[in-house]
Ligand binder design. Structure first.
Ligand SMILES: *Cc1c(COP(=O)(O)O)cnc(C)c1O
Length: 432
């Protein structure tokens, strides 16, 4: 599969280039030159099939020219060691639980597939690859866990000291091995600035191979298409027209859903459900795309004023807003709405949602008020990751899952640093 960048449609690049060159300071958003449509028989026979089988067939259709089938199988089997169950709440309402991975958020899906793909793609390099990432919490822990023990790859994660939750800090600092965590005396923006400076620094780039694992990397976005097919495979009753509601921030998850539809999955509508960072719902309503400064909410993984993947969606629809509107509706909600939705889900269905899943539920409910359909909302994080807010909303305390309670007893290891680039550069030079 060849790729092109939205900012340069003429130039074709290989899979390797599209994935390793996707660094933060470059505005290149890579898209596959064509999106294959899966055969009718594949869609007809999806019922009851396992996630890994579905994922392998889709990956073969897209990357079959780049990756041998046995390697595709291995990458997928190593990545998806957990379930992505679809649970039925009533006749035509379902929730797709994406949080059963090792760091309890849906970012595990993309990060684990990407790590396997990186390991394969860089296996011919005779130098170590350095994956450099800034995190405000969730992305970093998913990336750290996914890349642990991948050969030929060293991961360096910068996080703002004292500004990530205790669980996140444990997840970032207790991996060891090829995962190095740096606690920066500063904010998330400082971390991001340092990473960008490193990618732009000539001396460093002469000495080391630096790459990024950020959320606009196609290798992280693509595998998220698998679970839309897998959700369809798990439906108990597929007689109604199918609608997915996606809690959206940077819009990678939703882009993957629209790609699944383009590949032939019979979905009648997608809902972009956001918090008050509402530039996409506003665009769908009034036709003007106007990124805004980010506002902080209780659904902090969706606090994105300028969604990085949205240009990919515009590209997929050839900048034709009417065509996009026939596949996508957008709704936004404030924190009060979200708190009430968590309480409602508990009262009506005894279902404990996290705040992000609750926003997706709200968007779906809004749509289903006037439309007869089968609705699935995506639940992107385990509620324990937002235990304070969740128990404030429902009055119920959440028990820590076994995987996490062990983690809390481990001693973390981190390197402390100021927020000047000089310090980071010296460290990378001396350790690389
Ligand atoms: C990252 C994240 C989102 C937003 O996903 P995008 O692909 O950036 O739109 C939603 N929920 C949770 C829990 C997340 O971590």
């Amino acid at each position: 599969m060849k790729f092109y960048s939205i900012s340069n449609r003429e130039k074709r690049v290989s899979l390797k280039e599209a994935i390793l060159r996707s660094v933060v300071n470059v505005t290149d958003l890579y898209m596959p030159v064509s999106i294959p449509v899966m055969p009718d028989t594949f869609i007809k026979n999806l019922k009851g099939r396992a996630l890994n089988e579905i994922a392998s067939e889709i990956t073969n259709a897209v990357f079959g020219d780049d990756i041998p089938p046995d390697i595709i199988c291995r990458i997928i089997n190593e990545a998806f060691t957990f379930e992505i169950p679809l649970k039925r709440l009533n006749d035509n309402l379902y929730v797709l639980e994406l949080f059963h991975g090792p760091t309890l958020a849906f970012k595990d899906v993309g990060a684990r597939f990407m790590a396997g793909l990186f390991e394969f793609i860089t296996s011919e390099e005779d130098h170590e690859i350095n994956v450099l990432a800034a995190t405000s919490g969730d992305t970093g822990s998913a990336v750290a866990s996914a890349f642990y023990n991948k050969s030929g790859i060293r991961v360096i994660i910068l996080y703002p000291e004292g500004k990530v939750s205790l669980i996140q800090e444990k997840q970032l600092t207790t991996m060891g091995g090829n995962i190095i965590s740096i606690a920066v005396d500063g904010t998330f923006d400082d971390c991001q600035r340092l990473v960008k400076l490193a990618f732009a620094d000539r001396d460093l780039n002469k000495r080391l191979i630096l790459t990024s694992a950020n959320s606009i990397n196609f290798a992280r976005l693509f595998p998220q298409a698998f679970y839309y097919f897998h959700a369809y495979a798990q439906l108990e009753d597929d007689s109604g027209s199918l609608v997915f509601s996606v809690p959206s921030g940077n819009f990678g998850n939703l882009t993957a859903g629209l790609i699944a539809k383009r590949m032939g999955l019979p979905v009648s509508m997608f809902i972009a459900s956001t918090n008050i960072n509402r530039s996409v719902p506003d665009y769908l309503n009034n036709g003007v795309f106007e990124p805004k400064p980010t506002q902080h909410t209780i659904t902090n993984a969706m606090d994105v004023g300028n969604p990085g993947n949205f240009p990919r969606i515009l590209e997929l629809y050839n900048y034709d807003i009417e065509r996009l509107r026939s596949d996508l509706k957008g709704y936004w909600f404030n924190d009060l709405n979200t708190m009430k939705a968590m309480a409602d889900l508990m009262d009506e269905y005894s279902y404990q949602a996290d705040p992000h899943g609750a926003v997706a539920y709200l968007g779906l409910s809004e749509f289903m008020r006037n439309n007869d359909c089968t609705g699935i909302f995506l639940e992107t994080a385990h509620p324990v990751k937002f235990a304070d807010v969740v128990s404030r909303a429902t009055g119920i305390d959440i028990a820590f899952p076994a995987a996490i309670s062990g983690l809390m007893d481990l001693e973390g290891k981190t390197i402390k640093m100021g927020n000047s680039f000089k310090e980071l550069k010296e460290y990378l030079f001396s350790s690389g």
